[in-house]
Each structure stands twice: as C-alpha cells, then as structure tokens.
Design a protein around this ligand. Structure first.
Ligand SMILES: Nc1nc2c(ncn2[C@@H]2O[C@H](COP(=O)(O)OP(=O)(O)OP(=O)(O)O)[C@@H](O)[C@H]2O)c(=O)[nH]1
Ligand SMILES: [Mg+2]
Length: 302
C-alpha cells in the first residue's frame, strides 16, 4: 500500500463517521438544509475539529452549497474548505547551508519522538546524507537502548551517555562529533516526562542554548511531536513547548487508526506552527511529508 493510501485507510474511521450518514440524507434532499448542517457540525466536532472551526466550515458550506448539493459533491466541498484552512500549515523542509543541520525533537511522553527521530534518520540516509542521532533522553535507561536499537536498524550512528547524564552534555558532545566528522544531520531525541530531575522545559531550554553557543544559531528545526490520538488535548502542552524552545514545526504521529484526525485543524489554527511530517505507522518508512491538499482529501474523500 502506498503511504497516501495508508493515511487514507488510517483516517477511514474519521471519514466514514461523518460522510456516510450525511450522504444518505443528501440522496433524497439534494441540499444542505438546517437539519443537515447541524448534523455536519456535530460530526465535525466528533472528529475533533473543535466547535469554532466546525461552525466556520458549516457556515461556508451553507453559503456556497446550501441550495444544492449532491451526495458526491459533499466530500469535494469539504475537501475545499479543509484544504483552504490548512493551506498555510504546509512547509517543505529545506536544510540550511551549514552542516550539521540540527533537529531538536520534543514532545510529551509517548508521543512518538524516538520513533520519529529514527524515521527521519532513515529518510535522510536514504537521500544520501550522513546522520548522527543523539540520545538526550537520559532520564530512562530504556530510552537510550531504544534509540541505539533503532539507530542500528536504520544503520545510523547513535551518540549516547549513561542514564542520568546531563542532556546538555550529550548534545555538546554530539555536536562536536558531528562537526568534526562533517555529518549532514544531527537529530536530538529528548525526554518526554514532565517530571524529570530538572523540569523538562528548563532542560530543553538548556539544550537549545548549548546548540546556540556551539554553532551560533539555535537548532535549525525545533520539532514538536504530537500524538494525533490525543487530539486537541495536546494543545495546552504544545504551548508550553513553544514557549520553551520556539517551535519551527510539528510532526503529527499515529494518524493511522484514529477517529480524531480532525484535530489537525484546530492544532494548526491555534499554534500557527507548520506541520512538516505526519506519522502513519510504526515502521521506519511510515513518515509522510505533510501536504494540506492530500490531507484534506484523505480526511473527507472516498
Ligand atoms: N501506529 C503508530 N504508532 C506510532 C507512530 N509513531 C510512534 N508510534 C508508536 O508509539 C509508541 C511510542 O513511541 P516512541 O517513539 O517511543 O515515543 P516517545 O515520544 O519517544 O516516548 P517517550 O520517550 O517515552 O517520551 C511506540 O510504540 C511507537 O512504535 C505512528 O505514526 N503510528
Ligand atoms: Mg523516546
């Protein structure tokens, strides 16, 4: 199955939940009356689009298609509106002229940071680039082992210290090593537990400062990894990470098999941080570049 198909299949639950009943009603009514619009609004809220955006989408659809809409036209009309909302959320990653290009990968416990770091390493390696992974989640011994294991699987070197070591020192060493060896990328995996020895946000600020001190610029990408199954609830934590490191992009993981795929809309609307990649599975290939149009289509078109 192609990756886009994986995304479509993954979002099937979200899609079917609101398309099927509405299409059925449209077969006889052929127009969006108040009752259908209310139903659509409710279904969008169930897909975690949030009340404000649901109202906005329904309002626009009523204006454009209230008088006449076929069951087939519904998906297309929704795709237009969702793609328009997400248009600004798309940004293509472009590496800076300097090497190594440094990624700081942050997010709450279990969101998919370590897996995403390995998937990105795999992607860049596949493009002929050299990659170093840094195990800056020193809080859990298992976290270091996990990154070393994944690094081995994708054939990329991992720099790690002992459990409990200072993440700033890990990043310092990793950066010196990557610079000396001329690595193209340094991908830094960080801890997710909010209750670490040093408060997590402070720890992340420090890691950012270490990179700035050594390279004269902040980490080129400060990526927040968000678990799509958490939906809109991820927003309050996302703001804390944004304050701490100044996010440059989002990675939305676990879009395969969630009914809350609609949460991508309010997340973008609220944070205004572009979405760079989306995770559609546990495998190393299961990371897609985010495309607003594809995403909208996968969400609402059969
Ligand atoms: N289905 C699916 N599973 C994913 C995806 N991304 C990550 N996972 C799984 O989510 C679980 C947690 O992933 P990790 O990468 O360990 O998450 P983490 O953020 O590093 O977790 P901590 O280090 O504990 O904070 C693992 O079982 C991953 O395989 C995805 O896109 N789809
Ligand atoms: Mg991890």
């Amino acid at each position: 199955m192609g990756l886009f198909e994986r995304l479509r299949t993954g979002l099937k639950k979200t899609r079917e939940a609101f398309l099927a009943p509405l299409e059925e009603s449209l077969r006889t009514k052929r127009r969006l009356d108040r009752e259908l619009l209310d139903e659509l609004e409710e279904l969008l809220i169930l897909a975690d689009v949030g009340p404000e955006l649901a109202e906005e989408i329904v309002g626009t659809l009523a204006e454009k298609h209230g008088d006449s809409l076929s069951p087939d036209g519904l998906g297309a009309a929704l795709e237009e509106e969702i793609a328009a909302i997400l248009a600004g959320a798309e940004r293509r990653f472009a590496p800076p002229p300097e090497v190594p290009c440094v990624f700081l990968i942050v997010g709450v416990n279990g969101s998919g940071k370590t897996t995403t770091a390995a998937k990105l390493a795999h992607k860049f390696k596949g493009q002929g680039k050299s990659v170093l992974l840094a195990a800056a989640d020193t809080f859990r011994a298992a976290a270091i082992e996990q990154l070393v294991e994944l690094g081995g699987r994708v054939g990329v070197e991992v720099l790690a210290h002992r459990p409990g070591a200072d993440p700033g020192a890990v990043v310092h060493d990793a950066l010196e090593h990557a610079t000396k060896k001329g690595y193209d990328f340094l991908l830094v995996d960080t801890a997710g537990r909010l209750q670490t020895k040093v408060p997590l946000m402070e720890e992340l600020r420090k890691v950012r400062r270490v990179v700035e001190k050594l390279t004269g610029r902040p980490p080129d990408e400060r990526l927040l990894v968000i678990d799509a199954t958490v939906g809109q609830n991820a927003l309050s934590q996302a703001r804390l990470f944004h304050e701490a490191v100044g996010l440059t992009g989002l990675v939305i993981t676990k879009l395969d098999g969630t009914a809350k795929g609609g949460a991508v809309l309010p997340i973008w609307r609220e944070l205004a941080v572009p979405i760079l990649w989306v995770g559609v599975g546990e495998g190393m290939e299961d990371l897609l570049e985010f495309r607003a149009r594809d995403f909208a289509r996968a969400l609402v078109r059969r």
